[in-house]
Design a protein around this ligand. Structure first.
Ligand code: PLP
Length: 387
């Protein structure tokens, strides 16, 4: 490890990413896999993840906005790129220039993109969103069919596809399975109704990670794989049919170890008071790095292969933990906040449960103050420092 990284850093293991990818490819059937790399590849560094996946055969990527899409083009990604979220219509020229497919969130959005594309003298590729029960973007039912018909005749739009998004693909109770089936059927009803008018769509897609694994349907030409690529569960209570390999580890060094007498308060608010003589270690990582403050007094850190409970409140840039029962802890030891040390592992999903959220929010929330160390075959291949 380079010396300048010796505060806090995240390790991104590309071999683990590849293992998850291979498992997903097995469940993708005949559909084309899309790698969802929005939000800096769920915090894993999109500029490292996307080119790697492209080398491994992925030729379709999804992001959430135009800045992310252009970032991929600028780091050499040649494959197709779909923006799943909103892009202001006045970016039509940029969309065409970088050959990016845009999701139309409504008929109005598509019409305004067509207008702007006309002004710029370009044609923009669209996938129309269809709302089948997520209540987020797109029109539903007959209105969705009408929107597709309308958009298919716009001169400056290339209608390349349509898609919907499942609300409960990751929940396998009978009720939720029925809800997902109903979403899927109403989506394909919209599609057949549109296609019965002599129209065709290159892509129609409805599957996210959980959809591809638990509700696979070969009529979906694409599977939009996000969270499982990164080795996390769509929902913590799900049993996946294969083993996941978490791609991100979060680490920091020990900056100080000290013995404190009974009755010593540690950190803001005096929420922790030592019962007896304790050995406390300070770790220079905090909520400004994206380690949730809600883990105050609840979380654990791995040091020398053992669990050290967090004592008191997590600060912006530091936290303290109790290492009394761990032999020989010293300054510059590595503390693992997410990842494996010896026989102990803490996953982002574990942390999510403790802090009342989901693994997605934990990894996306690791801030840009934390350098990403990219690892392949056990070697550091690059280090991404955001500033
Ligand atoms: C984020 C997103 C995905 C990926 O979802 P995962 O649960 O991470 O697999 C797929 N489709 C859409 C529309 C999304 O916004």
């Amino acid at each position: 490890m380079y010396n300048y990284l010796k505060r806090a850093w995240a390790e991104i293991d590309l071999n683990d990413l590849e293992k998850n990818l291979n498992e997903l490819l097995r469940v993708c059937g005949t559909s084309q896999p899309v790698a969802v790399v929005k939000a800096n590849a769920y915090g894993h560094d999109d500029r490292s993840i996307a080119p790697f996946l492209e080398r491994k055969g992925i030729s379709f990527f999804a992001v959430s906005n135009i800045k992310e899409a252009i970032t991929l083009r600028e780091c050499g990604v040649k494959g197709e790129i779909l923006i799943l979220g909103y892009t202001p219509p006045d970016e039509a020229e940029e969309l065409a220039k970088y050959d990016i497919i845009q999701a139309a969130v409504s008929l109005d959005h598509a019409l305004r993109l067509d207008d702007e594309a006309k002004k710029a003298g370009v044609r923009v590729k669209l996938h129309m969103a269809v709302d089948t029960g997520m209540g987020r973007i797109g029109e539903s039912g007959e209105k969705a069919v009408e929107a597709l018909v309308k958009v298919s005749s716009l001169e400056n739009i290339i209608l390349d596809g349509a898609f919907t998004h499942f609300a409960v693909a990751d929940t396998l109770s009978e009720d939720e399975i029925n809800y997902t089936s109903a979403q899927r059927e109403s989506f394909f009803k919209v599609i057949s109704s549109f296609e019965s008018k002599g129209k065709t769509l290159r892509h129609k897609h409805c599957l996210n990670s959980a959809g591809g694994i638990f509700h696979y349907d070969s009529r979906s030409t694409l599977v939009r794989n996000g969270i499982v690529l990164y080795g996390l569960k769509p929902d913590i209570s799900l049993e996946l049919p294969f083993r996941l390999h978490p791609v991100m580890s979060l680490k920091a060094v020990v900056s100080l170890v000290k013995e404190v007498p009974a009755g010593t308060y540690v950190s803001y608010g005096r929420t922790y008071r030592s019962e007896g003589t304790r050995k406390i270690a300070t770790i220079p990582i905090g909520y400004a790095d994206g380690y949730p403050r809600s883990l105050s007094g609840k979380g654990e850190v791995l040091i020398r292969g053992k669990r050290a409970p967090i004592t008191g409140r997590i600060c912006m840039d530091q936290l303290m933990c109790d290492v009394t029962d761990i032999e020989g802890v010293c300054v510059e030891d590595t503390a693992t906040l997410i990842g494996t040390d010896g026989n102990e592992t803490i996953t982002a999903d574990d942390i999510a449960v403790l802090s009342g959220t989901i693994g997605y929010e934990i990894v996306c929330g690791i801030s840009k103050r934390v350098p990403r160390v990219i690892i392949e075959n056990g070697e550091t291949v690059s280090v991404r420092e955001y500033y």
